[in-house]
Design a protein around this ligand. Structure first.
Ligand code: MN
Length: 252
């Protein structure tokens, strides 16, 4: 099994070192790492079309080597799968991200969108995130990724579907298969004045909250201390709403 590993925190982040270390311990597994050179958290599903990209060898925190790419996490996967990585890739694992990727987060997350890029390319993919912004203990999340990766490779995933895995901070009560919940963002516009007297802007505010009471969701499961596994489809069509939009009679 040839595993391609990436992340959005950058190739020098502790989470990707923990992940690749854990995946290398799988019987018969081989790991290639290709990740952004810099932190690209919340980069979204960006495809670089108007700038050249560079790829350089880099050393991870665990002393192993990988490839650092100047593009987004999705670019890293695209470059690898389009032929930079010569050997056939069987599965893509993205993470372990510092911070959960729940509910609407997945549209921002470079960790998840890298897995989406793999799904578009027809490769089974798993995104893995740890629900802590401070604790560097990624081992449990990495070990869980190593547990499910062979299963996913063996059983496969439906087309254009990936698994979004979130691991709680602290004691783990078990595993729940979930649906997407709802985040509550607490973003605030921050305006400051630069040394030349011009205003600049920042998206500030507190970290997001969420509807923790919605049983069965990713937001709920992680808050309860469970590992959350959400199957995510790239087909985002709201089928329930299709008939309503049809009833607007917009056609000629
Ligand atoms: Mn990140």
């Amino acid at each position: 099994m040839h595993i391609l590993v990436t992340n959005d925190d950058g190739i020098h982040a502790p989470g990707i070192a923990a992940l690749s270390t854990a995946l290398r311990k799988i019987d018969g597994a081989r790991v290639t790492v290709m990740a952004p050179a810099q932190n690209q958290s919340a980069a979204g599903h960006r495809k670089t079309l108007h700038d050249p990209m560079r790829i350089k060898p880099a050393t991870l925190m665990d002393g192993t080597t990988g490839f650092a790419c100047s593009g987004s996490p999705a670019d890293a996967i695209a470059l690898a799968l389009l032929g930079y990585v010569k050997d056939k890739v069987d599965i893509v694992v993205s993470g372990v991200n510092q911070g959960a990727n729940l509910a609407q987060d997945i549209t921002y997350s470079g960790t998840v969108t890298a897995a989406m890029e793999a799904a578009i390319a027809g490769i089974p993919a798993i995104a893995v995130s740890l629900d802590s912004h401070t604790d560097p203990a990624f081992e449990a999340a990495a070990a869980f990724a190593a547990k499910i990766a062979p299963l996913v490779q063996q059983r496969g995933l439906p087309p254009l579907t990936l698994l979004n895995v979130n691991v709680p901070y602290g004691e783990i009560k078990g595993v729940k298969v979930t649906r997407q919940g709802h985040r509550i963002y607490l973003d605030e516009l921050v305006e400051r004045i630069d040394p030349l007297g011009q205003p600049y802007y920042w998206i500030g505010g507190e970290r997001p909250s969420g509807h923790f009471e919605e049983v069965g969701t990713d937001v709920w499961a992680v808050a309860q201390g469970y590992i959350s596994i959400t199957p995510i489809r790239l087909d985002m069509t709201d089928m329930d709403f299709v008939k309503t939009v049809e009833s607007w009679n917009l056609g000629a």
